[in-house]
Design a protein around this ligand. Structure first.
Ligand code: C2O
Ligand code: CU
Ligand code: CU
Length: 473
């Protein structure tokens, strides 16, 4: 068998590293930058992140290392771990050859800490530092990444997990983070260039050919019969959507994008993760000692592949934990739908759509305007102005032939409906996946003042025009 994470979604270099592959790579665990805080009073948790070039072993031992950009020398960067109510203070040092910033995806931060260059802060120049500091209102699974040329900087390896523990975390045997990433590598395991390519931009984005879990192409994941694992799945890919099937197991979803949901078993046991989305699942290891079970990614039809195998040790089963796990809600204000003001946002453009009238280098538009930076783009003029404290419903209509995971900064929103039908779980999210031609309604209270981005998290789409600013004033 080949190494599992190698797929052939757009460029076909599958099995190029296969040759003399003998050692199996176990899925690695991530280092932590911030120590797990002790119980008790809210704490100030400090960490340092240095963004710099690094060489890391993404593909199995015996094959070349890959030149990437990394936080503190690893990709993903260290896990930032704190508890709900704590403050995080992170000094970011830019040792890249270009500007950068850090955005705290999904964390409801004050606008000045949001990490969007020009809009919320000047970019951090090479050799400079910037100190971010904010409170953590919500428990959950979040992540950090640059917001400067993110279609290149994230794709080169700059991303990491943020775990905000509940004050009373549910009892599990292990609480683990799986950071999924997708790379476009050549036969020598080097990153291919061509970031921001117009073909990628106007189609599905830069989908790669090699999937890593916590920075390595995984082969197997060691588990013990009877144990209960809380898995925090994070999709940091530029464009790849995952549909993970845990064969022989019944994952229960307990949170989406960091926000608790009434626990449910997803249809067919498949956990869907669009770019930037997270899912916390409870996985009970119900199979027998010594057995193996595949975790497969089924999203792209005809290009399904095995991500890894759950490998049960021979040890006797632990006593099962049967108590249901349900997370307490986070303190998000509930939108008042009876008084909510409504706005509609139409996504247009892309291949097989109308790109007429768009500025050079742009392939997409929101309400007819190509947003983001660049010549002729609407730039940072607000698309919609919202009044502080008011409830809003945004109807987002995908008038294109492509998928778009739409992300709102500064807020979590409720997903109210899809194509006019009430959504089953009315889940809180910060990134909602729109299928081609789908219409989704979301609702939130505009309780956080400032200029906030609403953009597609297929990063080439965001750069290609699917970016807008919502001003809350
Ligand atoms: Cu995860 Cu605007 O970003
Ligand atoms: Cu964000
Ligand atoms: Cu998109």
């Amino acid at each position: 068998m080949g190494f599992a994470g190698a797929t052939s979604a757009t460029t076909c270099s599958r099995r190029r590293f296969l040759g003399g592959l003998t050692a199996l790579a176990a899925a690695p665990l991530l280092p932590a930058a911030a120590p797990r805080p002790a119980r008790g009073e809210p704490a100030l948790v400090e960490a340092h992140l240095a963004a710099a070039p690094a060489a890391v072993q993404l593909v199995p031992e015996g094959y070349p290392a890959t030149a990437v950009w990394a936080y503190n020398g690893t990709t993903p960067g260290p896990v930032l771990r704190a508890r709900q109510g704590d403050r995080l203070r992170i000094s970011v040092e830019n040792r890249l050859g270009e500007d950068t910033t850090v955005h705290w995806h999904g964390v409801r931060v004050p606008n000045a800490m949001d990490g969007v260059p020009v809009l919320t802060q000047p970019p951090i120049r090479p050799g400079e530092r910037f100190v971010y500091e904010f409170a953590l209102p919500d428990a959950g699974t979040f992540w950090y990444h640059p917001h400067q040329r993110s279609f290149e900087q994230i794709a080169r390896g700059l991303a990491g997990a943020i775990v905000v523990e509940e004050r009373e975390p549910p009892r599990v045997d292990r609480d683990l983070v799986w950071v999924l990433a997708d790379w476009r590598l050549d036969a020598g395991a080097a990153l291919r260039g061509g970031f921001g390519d117009f073909m990628d931009m106007s189609h599905a984005g830069r989908i790669g050919n090699t999937v890593t879990l916590n920075g390595r192409v995984p082969e197997r994941f060691a588990v013990r019969a009877g144990e209960r694992i809380r898995l925090r799945l994070i999709n940091t890919a530029s464009a790849r959507i995952f549909a993970l099937e845990f064969r022989g197991h019944r994952p229960r979803v307990i949170a989406l994008d960091g926000q608790p949901v009434v626990p449910y078993e997803p249809a067919d046991g498949v956990v869907l993760l669009a770019p930037a989305q997270r899912a916390d699942i409870v996985l009970d290891m119900t199979a027998a000692p010594g057995t193996r079970h595949e975790v497969r990614d089924l999203f792209y039809r005809g290009r399904e592949y095995r991500l890894l195998e759950l490998a049960y040790s021979e040890e006797p089963a632990l006593a099962r934990r049967d108590a249901p796990v349900e997370l307490p809600p986070n303190p998000i204000p509930e939108p008042d739908l009876s008084s909510a003001e409504r706005h509609s946002i139409v996504l247009g453009g892309g291949m097989m759509g109308s790109m007429r009238g768009l500025p050079r280098g742009k392939a997409w538009a929101m309400n007819g305007r190509a947003g983001g930076c660049g010549e002729g783009a609407a730039s940072f003029e607000p698309l919609v102005v919202l009044r502080l404290g008011r409830s809003y419903v945004l109807a987002i209509e995908n008038d294109t032939a492509w998928h778009h995971p739409m992300h709102l900064h500064g807020f979590s929103f409720r997903v109210l409906s899809r194509n006019g039908r009430p959504s089953a779980r009315r889940e809180w999210r910060d990134t909602v996946l729109l299928d081609p031609r789908e219409r989704v309604e979301i609702a939130f209270v505009a309780d956080n003042p400032g200029d906030w981005l609403l953009h597609c998290h297929v990063l080439d789409h965001a750069a290609g025009g699917l970016t807008a600013v919502l001003r809350v004033t």
